[in-house]
Design a protein around this ligand. Structure first.
Ligand code: HEC
Length: 258
């Protein structure tokens, strides 16, 4: 393959149908066994086998092989407005796959108890990670496991939105936490996902710290039927609380635009 330089300004690319992708890549998808994080309850770590393409094959095909050398992020968008940005560095460090089916032929769906949803269709593409041979990934739970993915793009990190002028550089870590845990569904001043498009820079300033902490750590305590998942359920409680307090501090500091 010739090396091309993918551009961070290029339009997002719609992934071809799985059968067409197999033809274009010249490889059949393989069976990949993962601990399915959407099904983590208590200490249960159910194993599921998916049929999947290696992420490096898919990304090199659609973006050009130069994506691997960049310090950018891969943006994956789902049909329902959910969006995830995964740092290229994480994709280089761990094994990710684009799943297209269940290996045992059962429907390509999953339950998502954290968002009160069952029989969720996963296709056309579901980004999965080999957290069986790489158990460190279990800590991330379902973060960076977007389903119904239809488009892929290379993007520059959005630090101009997340760390605008006037915010101390020490908040970079907080901005990264917000991106990882919140901005797949919510916005900060226009940047983020459209699943629940509220501007956290604005909305959080109208919440007390205890109210915010409850939303983030235990949304079901606010509304038993909420579609908001609890943040980072796999992390120790003390660490979750620290992250939530840091996020509150960060959203209070952020200026509001739009
Ligand atoms: C998977 C999508 C998703 C993620 C990730 C997510 N949220 Fe939410 N959030 C929602 C949805 C959906 C609602 C609306 C819930 C409802 O009304 O029951 C919501 C509601 C909220 C509310 C209440 C808004 C209001 O005033 O009505 C706050 C505050 C909030 N989210 C903050 C956060 C923060 C902070 C994070 C990151 C730690 C986060 N959310 C991560 C989907 C998400």
């Amino acid at each position: 393959m010739t090396e091309t330089k993918p551009s961070v300004n290029a339009a997002a690319i719609t992934l071809p149908e799985p059968a067409e992708l197999a033809r274009l890549l010249g490889v059949a998808p393989q069976t990949v066994r993962v601990h399915e994080p959407h099904l983590f309850v208590g200490d249960a770590r159910p194993l599921i086998e998916y049929t999947a393409f290696r992420s490096e094959d898919v990304l090199s095909h659609v973006l050009g092989s130069g994506w691997e050398k960049s310090k950018e992020e891969i943006e994956l968008r789902a049909l329902d407005g959910y969006f995830v940005r995964v740092p290229v560095a994480k994709l280089k460090q761990h094994r990710a796959y684009f799943a297209v089916a269940r290996a045992d032929g059962s429907p390509f769906m999953v339950d998502n108890p954290a968002q009160q949803e069952s029989n969720l269709p996963l296709g056309p593409y579901y980004l999965i990670w080999d957290n069986v041979s790489d158990p460190a990934l279990i800590r991330d739970g379902a973060t960076h496991w977007p389903y119904q993915v239809s488009t892929v793009a290379l993007r520059a990190p959005a630090m101009h939105s997340l760390l605008p002028d006037g915010i101390a550089p020490a908040y970079q870590r907080h901005a990264e936490l917000a991106q990882k845990y919140c901005l797949s569904c919510h916005l900060v001043n226009g940047y983020g996902g459209d699943k629940m498009p509220i501007n956290l820079a604005d909305r959080v300033k109208r919440l007390s710290e205890p109210a915010f902490l409850t939303w983030v750590l235990d949304p079901a305590a606010v509304d038993a039927y909420t579609a908001m998942p609890a943040m980072a359920p796999m992390l120790p409680q003390a660490e979750r609380e620290q992250i939530a307090r840091d996020l509150y501090d960060y959203f209070l500091q952020l200026p509001v635009h739009q």
